[in-house]
Design a protein around this ligand. Structure first.
Ligand SMILES: Nc1ncnc2c1ncn2[C@@H]1O[C@H](COP(=O)(O)OP(=O)(O)OP(=O)(O)O)[C@@H](O)[C@H]1O
Ligand SMILES: [Mg+2]
Length: 242
């Protein structure tokens, strides 16, 4: 069973193809690192899955449904690339709102909010307005929102952006814990050492196309780091064909 499926997907912005003929899928229970140079199409791909953008052609499915069907996002935690937090809300009210969207409420939700705030290091910030949080703390708030309710599928777009080194390490433990309870992970990242630790599959996009994808041990050659493989694959993709 695939948690998402893209089949020959093309997405254009004007004359530029952000994605071109992309086919990719993710089996439940696995962790996929979505890699690629800046502008490769990673965020576009994630936005298509979440129904924030529409493909021009090809088929996109999230949890077996059309992304325009809100039911496709049931049990999905999402951390966008550019967080736009509702600044006037307190962190607790923000998390409450997200909890309610996931059909949670009452004392159980409040306990969950306390626990997730504790986990993400925001326990003493719950009463504060979101626009008072520093960049990294705001990113932690985004993480808390995505992790709330223990979603079965986590879709994270460069989740460690703005986190301090301790935060990067903590984030790894949050995601490892999610994996241990069986969650599926789709994460775009430029921090290849983190991807190597966390993911069992990778897909490397370049200029809107899938340059390579598959199990980590297949994409990365023996003796190579993921960074070496990344450079090799992107350079091969860009080499003028003979
Ligand atoms: N709303 C938009 N309007 C016009 N062009 C867009 C839009 N969104 C993305 N693009 C273009 O589509 C291409 C893919 O962008 P995308 O954000 O998916 O890249 P990315 O792989 O996430 O890059 P990064 O690593 O910098 O986050 C880029 O050329 C980008 O400029
Ligand atoms: Mg991006």
């Amino acid at each position: 069973m695939f948690v998402f499926e893209l089949d020959s997907v093309t997405k254009r912005y004007g004359r530029r193809a952000a994605l071109e003929g992309v086919s990719l899928s993710l089996p439940a229970g696995t962790a996929l690192g979505l890699l690629g140079p800046n502008g490769a199409g990673k965020t576009t791909l994630l936005r298509l899955l979440l129904g924030f953008a529409r493909a021009d052609s090809g088929r996109v499915e999230l949890q077996g449904r059309d992304p325009l069907d809100a039911a496709s996002r049931r049990g999905v935690g999402f951390l966008p690339e550019r967080l736009r937090l509702p600044g006037t809300l307190s962190l607790r009210r923000f998390l409450r709102l997200h909890g309610r969207l996931a059909d949670r409420s009452g004392p159980e939700l409040e306990r969950e909010i306390d626990a997730i705030a504790e986990l993400t290091g925001l326990r003493n910030r719950l009463g504060e307005r979101l626009d008072q949080l520093s960049k990294g703390l705001a990113q932690r708030a985004g993480f808390a929102q995505a992790l709330l309710g223990s979603p079965g599928l986590l879709i994270l777009d460069e989740p460690t952006t703005g986190l301090d080194p301790l935060g990067v390490r903590e984030a790894r433990t949050w995601l490892e814990a999610a994996r241990e309870r069986g969650a599926t992970l789709l994460v775009s990242s430029h921090i290849l050492s983190e991807v190597e630790r966390l993911c069992d599959h990778v897909a490397i996009l370049d200029q809107g196309r899938v340059a390579d994808s598959g199990p980590l041990e297949r994409v990365v050659r023996t003796g190579e780091s993921l960074e070496d493989a990344f450079v090799r694959i992107v350079q091969r993709e860009r080499a003028p064909s003979a």
